[in-house]
Design a protein around this ligand. Sequence first.
Ligand SMILES: NC(=O)c1ccc[n+]([C@@H]2O[C@H](COP(=O)([O-])OP(=O)(O)OC[C@H]3O[C@@H](n4cnc5c(N)ncnc54)[C@H](O)[C@@H]3O)[C@@H](O)[C@H]2O)c1
Length: 251
Amino acid sequence: MSELDGLKALVTGGASGIGLATARLLAARGARVAVLDLDPSGATEPLLGFKADVSDDASVRSGVAAALEALGGLDILVNNAGIGAAGTVEDNDDDQWHRVLDVNVVGMVRVTRAALPALRASAHACVVNTCSIAATAGLPQRALYSASKGAVLSLTLAMAADHVREGIRVNCVNPGTADTPWVGRLLDAADDPEAERAALNARQPMGRLVSADEVAAAVAYLASPAAASVTGASLAVDGGMQGLRLRPVGQ
Ligand SMILES: NC(=O)c1ccc[n+]([C@@H]2O[C@H](COP(=O)([O-])OP(=O)(O)OC[C@H]3O[C@@H](n4cnc5c(N)ncnc54)[C@H](O)[C@@H]3O)[C@@H](O)[C@H]2O)c1
């Protein structure tokens, strides 16, 4: 018998990158998995794909309802859909601030709100939010994105407190720079993509980017019965970027 046999999971942003790796891993461990995404076409068998925009409450409500009907309930919610933004506080206008906070923070609120009645009916209810190293370390040129992920970290703690007595655990993962289509797009947009990749690798104490599968493994642990006593936790999957202070190579 597999670890997640009989459990039902919903993964937002599950058609690409970290979300897709997570959806596939949860399914491989026995869960029945639905994906909510702006473009669910990447979520192929055995995943059930549903189209929804987490920045639109009506779209979320109908997408979550359709997914839960297909799954026949819900035990595991992975709030993973997110978008990036580059720049200092001088660089993004108000519309960009509202857009990124709307997707990255309020998006999680909308999906969780729609899923809570089903989670309350589960004997193994949990939520895992995709946060970021940007919530716990000051990174240059990431003011808006970092503010959104700092909010996700605090939201995770508040949700964990609100729902612990209902038997719903809430945790988050904090990935370092992960090798996903998103980072591929960032590299493509750089003046010198190879130099940019080398700089991102060098920023990691392990000297390489995190993989989507490594983040998925952490989400799957937090979502599993093995983590039954874990709530309000943030699990860094960042190659040591948050906690380690290395001397430069050779010193
Ligand atoms: N890649 C990294 O380095 C990294 C590091 C830390 C945290 N994260 C976080 O991981 C999560 C996933 O990132 P990724 O790198 O896998 O990105 P990705 O771009 O590969 O995948 C993101 C998915 O979310 C979907 N999505 C975007 N906006 C949406 C919306 N409004 N409604 C529904 N779906 C939407 C996209 O269609 C896409 O399928 C994000 O929350 C991101 O902030 C990524």
